[in-house]
Design a protein around this ligand. Structure first.
Ligand code: COA
Length: 318
């Protein structure tokens, strides 16, 4: 039986930093309010002209290097993003061109903040089915481009960045199970209304009902965590690490509490990255792999909730 195993991780954050003090100059807010309600102190912002595929490229090169692979070795390229460089070609195709390797399939996955979990699940299927040996799975975002910096209700949350993993065929799991869900009934709670076929306006920004999204996120993550543990017949205590989507420290703390995990077992980057949507889990994973916290053999649970709504989880043996 073939499984998908993480063979390398990489991350990239654009150079410019937007602090809470910077936001105080843009909207009626305070550093104290933002830290207390979200846990965020700063976030990175892409430079003018720096695109999602540029960030994805840097993260991908680092993940390939960590895996000891060359881009030519890839059998598939997946990019989870909600902020593609352009309507088409897909950001995955643009990334493929930047990596200089034509031929293998490349496509985007749009599941907003759950995009990386959706992409891992997709890559896992292709590897377990024997069609791919090495799949590059990227989460990359330039959310600053769709952020309304006059809206204090959500502009404080978002950041730019990219994270990548290479999933490779292996005899031992790897990706143990993935669990994906969606419910399209709540569009108005979290959306960018502008679109290609619905309107001809394409410079719209994120709109969000923060409190309602918060409640849905906590309840939904509660359920997906139970579903994942029950499916695998494992106890909470068997988990070594929680690598959650980095939306808000209070949402992360609620999931950790549910899992009876100490915050020492939770990888938190929301304080310095903000919410980077599809990029947040692979970025957090890369941070904890590189600083030596997450080691080979550790059992990690990743989970995410995002616009759509979409949500999902993956149980992974590193
Ligand atoms: N600075 C200061 N005050 C702010 C503010 C800001 N940046 N944003 C909102 N407020 C005010 C509100 O106007 C409101 O004032 P009022 O009581 O006078 O009406 C008060 O703070 C409380 O607003 P509320 O929206 O209830 O705050 P909250 O505790 O729910 O925090 C969020 C707001 C957005 C931080 C929080 O709801 C959240 O994180 N939600 C989840 C969002 C998320 O994770 N989305 C992505 C999912 S992937």
């Amino acid at each position: 039986m073939t499984h998908a195993r993480v063979s390398g991780t990489g991350g990239y954050l654009p150079e410019a930093i937007l602090t809470n003090a910077d936001l105080e100059r843009l909207v009626d807010t305070t550093d104290e309010w933002i830290v207390e309600r979200t846990g965020i102190r700063m976030r990175h912002v892409a430079a003018p002209g720096e695109t999602t595929s540029d960030l994805a490229l840097q993260a991908s090169l680092r993940a390939l290097d960590a895996a000891g692979l060359h881009a030519h070795d890839l059998d598939m390229i997946l990019v989870a993003t909600t902020t593609p460089d352009q309507i088409f070609p897909s950001t995955a195709c643009l990334l493929q061109a930047k990596l200089g390797v034509g031929g293998c399939p490349a496509f985007d996955i749009q599941a907003v903040c759950s995009g990386f979990v959706y992409a891992v699940a997709t890559a896992d299927q292709f590897i377990r089915g024997g069609q791919c040996r090495h799949v590059l799975v990227v989460g990359a975002e330039t959310l600053s481009r769709i952020t309304d910096y006059s809206d204090r209700g959500n502009s404080i949350l978002w950041g730019d960045g990219a994270g990548a993993v290479v999933l490779s065929a292996a005899k031992e799991p790897g990706v143990i199970s993935t669990h994906l869900h969606a419910d399209g009934a709540h569009r108005s709670l979290l959306e960018v209304p502008a679109g290609v076929s619905r309107t001809d306006v394409t410079d719209d920004k994120i709109r969000m009902e923060g409190r309602a999204v918060f409640k849905m996120a906590v309840n939904t993550l509660d359920q997906i965590v139970d579903e994942t543990l029950a499916h695998n017949g494992i106890a909470k205590s068997e988990l070594d690490w929680l690598v959650p989507h980095q939306a808000n420290i209070r949402i992360i703390q609620a999931t950790a509490k549910k899992l009876a995990m100490s915050m020492d077992q939770v990888v938190v980057t929301v304080d310095t990255h903000g919410n980077t949507s599809a990029a947040s889990i692979p970025l957090a994973l890369d941070v904890a792999v590189r600083d030596g916290r997450i080691r080979a053999g550790d059992l990690i649970l990743t989970e995410a909730f995002g616009g759509g709504f979409t949500w999902g989880a993956a149980l992974i043996r590193m």
